[in-house]
Design a binder for this molecule. Structure first.
Ligand SMILES: NC(=O)c1ccc[n+]([C@@H]2O[C@H](COP(=O)([O-])OP(=O)(O)OC[C@H]3O[C@@H](n4cnc5c(N)ncnc54)[C@H](OP(=O)(O)O)[C@@H]3O)[C@@H](O)[C@H]2O)c1
Length: 330
């Protein structure tokens, strides 16, 4: 089968190529999926640049979310059928390929109403956005939410989910002023540029402090987060887009005085430690798409061979919204 293969760490796409590799076979509790669409994610870029903890060994095939049809069932898998349309989260990656190996516990049926391109954005990206708001941030209707990565896939999904969860004021942070119109179009009530006056700009846009902060920038913005969070607020740290070592967390006295909670979130870790929770969230986002409450536009990339260019777009911070690659006809 054909797969996207990264042969070693690189800041660019010079060590990424499409190759023929051996197709995986399912073991007990696993399935293989004939992939029609796969999600392209920033985590692929983190793997490509060799960030610690993302690649166990090279060569490496990235891709943590796919949609397609069940190809083969492993031993003991009884609740899925060969040929069934599914979406799957892949803890060990390998989704940017014609055939992917997935745990049955993280493979869920896709309703007929959900297009495959959308389904491929659900296991990692939409599920993360939902779990960030519900499980990690305890979002409640009427909360004001600040998102540091407003223009990306997760940021655009959060903008869709907040209204579906009861509504609230949405403030997005973008890297450059040119990205403001896209953030507003995707559903943000206000968008501000990440610069020296960020805390002041956020407070002005929010009309005061915010209740929830979703921050994937390591610890680089934690001081700003604390400065804009209301008493009772929740800051969720869920990534390290800039790479490098994370700094220290805020001192307890500061959290206690501010009545502020700081939480961590990783869907990849949860897929290993509590896969049923990820599967429940995945089913829920697919249901939200089915009943029309979630309608996420995705940009379709035409082939595996075009995927390295999209990775570079994300690496350079020039992406907009969510990208999925079409691998076969659905
Ligand atoms: N913990 C989890 O479970 C989990 C799950 C999914 C994603 N994530 C993390 O969440 C973040 C967003 O993911 P995504 O899928 O939405 O990614 P994406 O579509 O590539 O968007 C990345 C976003 O981060 C912003 N950004 C800020 N600093 C950046 C940097 N140094 N390099 C590149 N982009 C930067 C970019 O826009 P601006 O330039 O406009 O700021 C962009 O909005 C990533 O860091 C990812 O690793 C975590």
């Amino acid at each position: 089968m054909r797969a996207l293969v990264m042969t070693g760490p690189s800041q660019g796409s010079d060590r990424t190529e499409v190759r023929d590799v051996e197709a995986p076979r399912p073991g007990a509790g696993e399935v293989t999926v004939d992939v029609t669409h796969a999600g392209i994610n920033f985590i692929d870029v983190m793997a490509r640049r060799g960030d610690a903890g993302y690649v166990a060994s090279w060569p490496f095939t990235p891709g943590k979310e796919v949609a397609g049809t069940v190809r083969e069932l492993g031993e003991d898998v009884t609740d899925l059928a060969v040929g069934q349309r599914v979406a799957a989260f892949l803890p060990g990656a390998g989704g940017l390929a014609e055939i992917a190996l997935a745990p049955a516990a993280l493979t869920v049926p896709v309703p007929d109403e959900v297009p495959s391109a959308t389904a491929a954005a659900a296991p990692l990206m939409l599920t993360t956005a939902l779990m960030l708001l519900t499980d990690a941030a305890r979002f409640g209707a009427g909360d004001t939410v600040l998102v540091h990565s407003a223009s990306g896939g997760v940021g655009s999904a959060v903008a869709q989910l907040v209204p579906a969860l009861g509504g609230g004021r949405l403030i997005g942070v973008v890297g450059r002023a040119e990205k403001i119109p896209a953030a507003l179009k995707s559903g943000y009530d206000a968008a501000v540029v990440r610069d020296d006056d960020l805390a002041e700009a956020v407070r002005a846009a929010a009309g005061g402090a915010v209740d929830v902060v979703l921050d994937p920038l390591g610890t680089a913005m934690v001081d700003t987060d604390l400065a804009v969070t209301a008493p009772g607020g929740r800051i969720v740290l869920f990534g390290n887009a800039g790479g490098g070592r994370s700094g220290a967390l805020p001192p307890l006295d500061r959290l206690r005085a501010g009545n502020i909670a700081v939480a961590g979130f990783s869907v990849s870790a949860l897929a290993v430690t509590a896969p049923h929770r990820v599967a429940v969230a995945l089913r829920r986002v697919l249901d939200l798409v089915t009943d029309g409450r979630l309608d996420l536009p995705v940009t379709e990339v035409g082939s595996l061979a075009e995927t390295p260019a999209t990775h570079q777009l994300l690496a350079d911070g020039h992406g907009s919204g969510k990208y999925v690659v079409r691998i076969a006809e659905s």
